[in-house]
Write a protein that binds this ligand. Structure first.
Ligand code: SF4
Ligand code: SF4
Length: 270
């Protein structure tokens, strides 16, 4: 985020092009950003802007009506809020940006220490669901996200962005965001767990298995698996054992493709 902000401010990044000899933005320690990275980051930032603009439209509001933005999760802790606002991730109308950090953990803490009750949280979740806005079916989101894609991946100028907003009968975005005050409510991810801290238990997921009639236990599938999700257990017949939390499923299928006996099939796993 910060690199993109600096590149745009220095006129070295004109989305999605990087105006250096090798089309890369070089940071310290040999780290660099490519034009592909800019386009990919732009798709995410564009989705966020299309998201908050859609929500404003749903609520009958626009930029100037929403003076406070809240940032949570990683962006509510690590991201520089002002830079995020300059590149469009936070509403340009926000005069106050509150960074919360890990809100799920904060809520879990309030629940376990009895500051809020589960019933209160359920009632709140019910209210949220009642006003849920489905981006997947929202015409406004579709229109706004297409403009964002044109901006970030095809280099459409910001003036054309506003022309497109005219077409969709939406007000323009300001050329510059208002000056915002940033309030950081957390300094660290996990502020008060005590000396011992916390260890994260990986979700072991489910184990899928299938008998492999005709398997010669050559282990080619095991070696081919990029996620180390698969093992072959010897027997009559041998058996494939796959960890579902690691396996990429039909997006991968390398084990199926490499098997010389064509005996392994993701579909047959139970
Ligand atoms: S589908 Fe891919 S990730 Fe899953 S077990 Fe097969 S090779 Fe491994
Ligand atoms: S590649 Fe096929 S034959 Fe070889 S161990 Fe895996 S399932 Fe068995």
């Amino acid at each position: 985020m910060a690199a993109l902000y600096s590149g745009i401010s220095a006129d070295m990044v004109k989305m999605p092009a990087i105006r250096t000899d090798d089309h890369r933005l070089h940071l310290q320690d040999g780290v660099y950003i490519t034009e592909n990275d800019v386009a990919e980051a732009g798709k995410a930032i564009g989705a966020l802007r299309a998201g908050y603009l859609t929500l404003m439209r749903e609520a009958g509001l626009w930029i100037e009506d929403v003076p406070i933005s809240f940032m949570s999760g990683a962006s509510g802790l690590y991201v520089d809020a002002m830079k995020a606002q300059r590149i469009g991730m936070v509403s340009p109308g926000s005069t106050r940006i509150i960074q919360f950090g890990n809100t799920s953990l904060a809520m879990a803490k309030e629940l376990t220490t009895g500051k809020v009750s589960l019933d209160d949280m359920r009632a709140f979740a019910h209210q949220l669901r009642a006003k849920h806005c489905m981006f997947a079916t929202s015409e406004d989101f579709k229109n706004l996200y297409s403009i964002e894609l044109s901006l970030w991946t095809y280099g459409m100028p910001m003036s054309a962005y506003n022309d497109m907003l005219d077409i969709y009968s939406m007000p323009h975005l300001p050329a510059e965001p208002v000056k915002a005050e940033v309030e950081r409510r957390v300094n660290r991810d996990i502020p008060d767990l005590g000396e011992k801290g916390m260890s994260v238990l990986r979700d072991p997921g489910m184990v899928l298995t299938a008998e492999l009639e005709g398997c010669i236990e050559c282990q080619k599938c095991v070696k081919e698996c990029p996620e180390k999700a698969l093992r072959i257990e010897g027997g009559e017949p041998p058996r494939a054992i796959i960890r579902s939390d690691l396996c990429m499923g039909t997006a991968c299928k390398r084990c199926e493709l490499v098997c010389p006996k064509h005996v392994i099939s993701l579909k047959a796993l139970r």
